[in-house]
Design a protein around this ligand. Structure first.
Ligand SMILES: [Zn+2]
Length: 97
């Protein structure tokens, strides 16, 4: 028999999982204006590249703290992040082209 605290913890964990899942789905979808995936735009923005698309720029500004936190937690340097972005862009181009 579960106590109330365990139910609260289960609820909080399931709520966090739903938020993370929605966030990941949001990042994996392409921008409506330019068609570039939001995650790639955020990595480009993290690396200091400017966006031509205003929507990507706004989205990247919102995502940037999370990207910085994830890269910091995983000890990913900006150089490695650039390589990850290049690989993801290559995968994206080869699947879309
Ligand atoms: Zn865009």
């Amino acid at each position: 028999m579960k106590s109330t605290k365990l139910y609260e913890r289960d609820f909080k964990n399931s709520f966090k999982k739903k938020i993370v899942k929605k966030f990941a789905q949001f990042l994996s979808k392409p921008c409506r204006n330019c068609g570039k995936e939001r995650l790639l735009s955020a990595i480009d923005y993290y690396l200091g590249k400017k966006h031509k698309c205003l929507q990507c720029q706004i989205t990247s500004n919102m995502i940037l703290p999370v990207i910085i936190l994830i890269f910091h937690r995983l000890s990913i340097s900006p150089a490695t992040a650039g390589k990850i972005g290049d690989v993801l862009s290559g995968i994206n181009c080869s699947s879309a082209c």
